[in-house]
Design a protein around this ligand. Sequence first.
Ligand SMILES: [Zn+2]
Length: 443
Amino acid sequence: MLKTMSAGTRSLFALGALIGLSSVTVLTLELETETPDAEPVEEVVTASLASLPVDPEDFGLGAALEVRPATLKRRETLSDLVNRLDLPGNDGHQALYSLTRSELLNARRVRPGLEVKAHVEGDTLNALSVDLEPGRRLMAKRMPGGEYKAFALDSQLIPTPYIVKGSIETSLYQDAQELGAEDQQVVDFAQVFAYDLDFQREVHPGDEFEMVFDVLMDERGNVIRRGDVLYASLNGKAVTKSFYRFTTPDEKVTDYFQANGESSTKFLMKTPINGARLSSRFGKRRHPISGYTRLHKGTDFAAPTGTPIYAAGNGVVERASRYGGYGHYVRIRHAKGYKTAYAHMSRYGRGVRSGRSVRQGQIIGYVGSTGASTGPHLHYEVYKNGKPVDAMRLKLPTGRKLAMDPEIFEVFEVERDRVDAIRATQQAPDESFVTASVAPPAP
Ligand SMILES: [Zn+2]
């Protein structure tokens, strides 16, 4: 079809109109070919990958087309792959060159698994397509003058809100995935509750959870990816709370807030370590080495040597050095009379020194067994006005309260009510969606 038209970009416009393209970026390259009716050097057309015909042969590439697919192997360059495809003359390299020259493709940053297709007709390479990522395909298309033009075909993604709702049977991770969430949504969900809940120990079978996120689909209804968690709710034995995602218009900080506008973030995280087993609680106990009964001033988390330890809150490092039986030890001074301390570390986090500021969640060290310790674990202490307190039972000052600022709270309410309206109207998960989309995306 294309061949019957006049050369150059105009034909792409025409083609775009014929097949309903809406966002293709066309870059014409200045190759040393004599094209009498060459169009301006750079033109932008819009087209959508999803609205393209399924069969690339319809893409003006001729009916008698042979398609040669190839997948980029480990340690293979795109140039190697093109050689492997055994394409006519130097066409493959010219086509590849048009893609890299257009800067749409960075040949050094491609990964094994990349899908490439050569569309060959007789002794000519009509097009070379590269599926860069889900929803984005690059194409080097041969023009009637013999030069290749590079363009990108992008899916126009339509967000559709999606609800995952259920009760925990095995783990939040597994149960939410079975209902259509992916790793990222579960991680986000856990993060929202990180200040209220020790996920390792305080989530139980029967606890009810709900999350809302956008599913981004192309115009054909293919799921391209899932978006941010907009709503996270847990109705469980340890905590019953719901949070809405919101970006504050003044500070431009994205956070999760309860319906009353209270931030999910707290002054200190509940546990400064992930995936650890609580091996000893705060309180009176027989000391495992000395044998005396005395107050255990902290909480012990057993974890393999090298597990990262995070600063529970923002603050200033008071001490980062060996400290008797505590071994390698870090103590942080926070606001409002709080301090936290971390003992028995194998080593310190980068830049963690006395007098330095640290951010909440920053790695301050790694689990070890230095000092008076019987095995790798973190001994974690929290002090309030100089007195040791139980980190697991701490009632902590909360973060921002949007209600303090009525104008901002009004903006928040609009988003909150929008999400609640979605929750009220959405039906139970559609089985076909779940089964159709849990498959991993293309590499
Ligand atoms: Zn301890």
